[in-house]
Design a protein around this ligand. Sequence first.
Ligand code: FMN
Length: 217
Amino acid sequence: MDLYEALYTTRAMRRVSSEPVPDDVVRSMLDAAIRSPSGGNTQNWRWLTVTDRDTIARLGELYAEAWDELNATFYKGKKEAAEASGDEATKRVLNSAQWLADNFGTVPLVVLPYSRNDPSGASIYPGVWSLMLAARGHGIGTTLTTVLGIFKSKEVAELLGVPLDKGWQNAAAIPCGYPLGRWGLAKRAPVHEVVYEEQWGQAPQWRVDESLWDGTE
Ligand SMILES: Cc1cc2nc3c(=O)[nH]c(=O)nc-3n(C[C@H](O)[C@H](O)[C@H](O)COP(=O)(O)O)c2cc1C
């Protein structure tokens, strides 16, 4: 697959089927992930893959509880505000996220990256994104989720035997599977709106109104 196609179309693919992801594909995703950089090349990470149906079902229950907690706290009023203002983009994200909360327990694979001794917290996400890009290359949909780690980290650790007392911290839970939705260009605010040149607040001399990857190569 073309590198730029992968970069531009690796979306949050929450709707996936329960068809198993082949072992060689899982290995390829993980091997790509661990080629990524970490500070000082310390590779202070562990990548926990879960395919056991009962364990994923339990993760799904915890995920749904975590999602409810998010909606009752940080996201309180978000859905109502989006409905009142007709904010279709936010409504779409929330509906899609709700689908995942309702169906997390049925996905065929969850990858949970853990890291430790990483004060900036920055050493694990290059690997997470590489795993997601590699999955995209194999036609596997993924979603980077953090809500489980935020609200249910102890329960997840207990379920999976993670030694939190040894400093391991959950970075994400990534449900993976064959997409039920379609791949598409990631929708974002245009790049010139979020770039400054030379001085903070100084807009660049250029504009990019359409995505520079046009979907043809
Ligand atoms: C740090 C981070 C945490 C996220 N946590 C969640 C999550 O807990 N649940 C979820 O459904 N999506 C989660 N997402 C997915 C984002 O909502 C998604 O990447 C964003 O809406 C852009 O989606 P798109 O690439 O499909 O346009 C997370 C993404 C990031 C980068």
